[in-house]
Every structure is written in structure tokens, then in C-alpha cells.
Design a protein around this ligand. Structure first.
Ligand SMILES: C[S@@+](CC[C@H](N)C(=O)[O-])C[C@H]1O[C@@H](n2cnc3c(N)ncnc32)[C@H](O)[C@@H]1O
Length: 238
């Protein structure tokens, strides 16, 4: 999808985004928690001062860090999402900019202790460049948390209608290594089509679906079946 169309898509979506994407049903909130629980767990013991989120949306992830006395930086292509995030995050150490990350990150080298890039790389054709920008702007031993949708998953069925693209996981891992980003942890996501989670509101049914997700993810190798993957990576060398 062209940049202007992506900007318009998220501008139009901005005031209902958090509700529709994360809290609209028990199933959506389950997907939301796979991501935010991973971020919380991965960062709970880290001491850091500067955090950047690429494509921060309505601020769901930045909110997790609001009370930790951290300078929060962010870029997002949608001005309306930016307004929404500012409403949700009342933090004086906030530095959010409207910016297309595919043009590079507006930051000096080695500034950030943590970079987040969740549900967003899939809109960027120049994603290998964005990965190199993440590496450039991370401090040595800094961390990044990056989420991507998986090519070999149920996503394939929805591809003709999707406004984003899917990742070949081994190719993505190669790109991380090329940019001195060492994988510390991988979280596999859910397995079933998105609409299933969207409509599930019954606790018991969700429990069953969640246990099938966990079971399949345990037995299948990385790169197969899970709708998405979340990587915790650490910048090594330089
Ligand atoms: C699906 S939302 C995810 C928001 C947030 N990361 C989260 O997990 O809640 C994707 C966000 O990425 C932004 N985005 C898409 N392409 C972008 C680009 N090239 N540069 C910066 N932001 C972009 C969109 O405007 C939108 O706010």
C-alpha cells in the first residue's frame, strides 16, 4: 500500500484504534496480552533512560513505561495517531514526531536503550533499512522488541485483501544478524485467523483456543504456523 494510503488508513482509524484492535473482545485482549506481557517481562529488570517506539499508534506500548522516569521518543506516519497518543500519555518526557520511518530515524547514533517496533514493520517495504536504522540508533547492549507477521501461517489466506505484507522468518533472522542484533528471545503468537479472536467473548472457549495455540507452538518449529513472531534482540558490538 502507498504511504499516503497508509497514513490515511491510520488517520481515519485513530480514535477507535485501541478499542477495535485490542479491547473489542476477550479474544482481542488475549492477542493484546501476548504482546504487552512479552514487553513487560523482557524489560522489567532493565535500567534505561531513552526509549523509541516506531509506529507508536495510540500509545498502547508507550503507556507501559509512562511512570518509569524514561524519556519516551516516538515516530508515527499518522498525525491523528500522534494526537491520540498524546491524549493517552500525559508525560512531560514525551518526544513524539509525525515521521515516515522508511526515510530513516530522526536520531543521532547510539541514543536508545530500547526500541519498540510492534505491528508496524509489515507496512514498510524498506524494512531491511529500518532494521539497520534500529541498530544504528541503539546503544551498545541496547535492546529492541520487533513484531512481524509470519508468511507460513493462516495469514496467507487473507493476503489478497491485506494492506501489509508477510515475512519469511529465516530471512528476517538473517537480517537481524547482519545488523549485529543478537536474538535473546522469540515469542510465537496465536495460530487461528484473526476473526476467530475478534468474535470470541466466552472465557471457556478462549481457554480452549489458547491451549491449542500453546500446544501447536510447542511442537512446531520456528517459522511455521504462528500468525506472528515477537523478537527480543540485543545490539552486539560497536
Ligand atoms: C497497527 S498500528 C500499531 C501501533 C502500535 N505499535 C501498537 O502496537 O499498538 C501501526 C502504526 O504504525 C504507523 N506506521 C505505519 N507505517 C509507518 C511508517 N512508515 N513510519 C512510521 N509509522 C508508520 C501507523 O500510522 C500506525 O499508527
Amino acid at each position: 500500500m502507498k504511504k499516503n494510503r497508509i497514513r490515511k488508513f491510520f488517520n481515519d482509524f485513530s480514535n477507535t484504534y485501541n478499542q477495535k484492535a485490542f479491547y473489542g473482545s476477550r479474544g482481542l485482549n488475549y492477542l493484546n496480552h501476548i504482546e504487552i506481557d512479552f514487553i513487560k517481562e523482557a524489560t522489567k529488570d532493565l535500567k534505561f533512560s531513552n526509549l523509541l517506539e516506531i509506529g507508536f499508534g495510540a500509545g498502547r506500548n508507550l503507556l507501559l513505561f509512562k511512570d518509569r522516569n524514561i524519556s519516551l521518543y516516538g515516530v508515527d506516519i499518522s498525525e491523528k495517531m500522534l494526537q491520540e497518543a498524546k491524549k493517552n500519555l500525559k508525560n512531560e518526557k514525551l518526544n513524539l514526531k509525525p515521521h515516515n520511518a522508511e526515510e530513516g530515524l530522526p536520531s543521532k547514533d547510539k541514543l536508545f536503550d530500547l526500541v519498540l517496533c510492534i505491528r508496524v514493520l509489515k507496512y514498510m517495504k524498506k524494512w531491511p533499512f529500518v532494521i539497520s536504522e534500529i541498530s544504528r540508533t541503539l546503544k551498545k547492549s541496547g535492546y529492541a522488541i520487533i513484531e512481524i507477521p509470519n508468511l507460513f501461517s493462516i495469514h496467507l489466506l487473507g493476503l489478497p485483501w491485506a494492506n501489509y505484507f508477510l515475512f519469511f522468518i529465516p530471512g528476517f533472522i538473517k537480517q537481524l544478524k547482519k545488523n549485529n542484533l543478537e536474538i535473546i528471545k522469540i515469542q510465537k503468537g496465536a495460530v487461528f485467523p484473526f476473526f476467530i479472536y475478534k468474535i470470541i467473548n466466552y472465557k471457556l472457549l478462549l481457554k480452549i483456543i489458547a491451549s491449542v495455540d500453546r500446544g501447536l507452538n510447542k511442537i512446531l518449529p520456528v517459522g511455521l504456523i504462528s500468525r506472528n513472531y515477537i523478537f527480543l534482540v540485543k545490539k552486539i558490538s560497536k
